[in-house]
Design a protein around this ligand. Structure first.
Ligand code: NAP
Length: 266
């Protein structure tokens, strides 16, 4: 990801100011050959930690002293916390961010309300599927254009994750309580996701991990049919909460002003 497009500095610098912390959050573009040096440098510079984004989410893992159980399950990290003794812990907060984005919509949202259809099988889909299992999902239908990638993702996860054919995505929506788009389709500059919602029950939620644009064609279609439509902004903002808390010891709040500052960048 081109890190200058990241909204993380806006989020963390907003909280740093709001909580009166003497610090700053910045961008550091790091070439793949320099990841190990950059991470060793965290200790040397006395930093509290950092986020890690693509393409370093996997390469950084063996450089950690400890991985949280969630980071191990996800097989990738998005956050490093430097302990007082220089101990490096790798975290993955993407799944937390996703579930919290649904609970922000409705605190009573439950993962076990009915089958959940997840489209896509990349890194984001992996985070979402694992988070849904942890949140108590009882049935996940996983579909990806490249079926073998979905099968690899499902391997070793709970048996509640069933891989379906991409060509059957219309049928897979029958009886579902939640549809998740974890593909890149619908993102700014990409084709819309090729799916009709006619077979989706009227009370199902539709969530798109994409946040550029905030309203993808999928979410617009969902809203037109009266579904609860959730974009990817909540996942992005909420994954920052546990990171900030681990670095600075304060559990931060997402305020309307913070959301406004982020929306102003689109
Ligand atoms: P990724 O690893 O590159 O995965 C991309 C997925 O999209 C794959 O499953 C791929 O299927 C599928 N795909 C690509 N082109 C397609 C097409 N023409 N038709 C159908 N499927 C297609 O990406 P990722 O990191 O998982 O990210 C996926 C999405 O989540 C992106 O839009 C990203 O912006 C979003 N995201 C949001 C957040 C957030 O905080 N809100 C965090 C992470 C990611 P194949 O396997 O067949 O190629």
């Amino acid at each position: 990801m081109p890190i200058y497009q990241s909204r993380s500095p806006i989020i963390h610098n907003y909280w740093i100011k709001a909580y009166g912390i003497n610090g700053a959050y910045g961008h550091f573009p790091v070439q793949p050959d320099n990841v190990a040096d950059a991470i060793r440098g965290l200790r040397a510079l006395g930093l509290a930690g950092c986020n890690i984004t693509l393409p370093h989410k996997l390469a950084a893992m063996p450089l950690m002293d400890t991985l949280t159980p969630m980071a191990k399950r996800m097989g990738a990290i998005n956050c490093i916390v430097v302990g007082e003794d220089g101990h490096l812990t790798g975290h993955n907060n993407d799944g937390f961010g996703y579930i919290q984005s649904l609970r922000d919509e409705d605190p009573n949202w439950r993962a076990d309300k009915g089958p959940i259809v997840v489209l896509g099988a990349g890194g984001a889909a992996r985070a979402v599927v694992i988070a849904l299992i942890e949140a108590g999902a009882t049935s996940v239908r996983l579909l990806n254009r490249t079926r073998t990638t979905a099968e690899r993702l499902a391997e070793g996860l709970a048996p509640i994750v069933e891989v379906h054919e991409w060509s059957q995505r219309q049928e897979a929506l029958r009886g579902a309580a939640l549809l998740v788009n974890a593909t890149s389709q619908g993102m700014y500059g990409q084709e819309p996701l090729d799916i009709q919602l006619d077979t989706l029950p009227a009370d199902a939620w539709v969530s798109d991990l994409i946040y550029v644009p905030l309203e993808t064609p999928l979410l617009a279609a969902a809203q037109a049919r009266g579904h609860r439509a959730v974009n990817g902004l909540g996942m992005l903002i909420n994954q920052a909460i546990p990171a900030f808390e681990a670095w600075f010891g304060v559990r931060p709040h997402v305020t309307p002003e913070l959301k406004q500052q982020i929306l102003a960048t689109f």
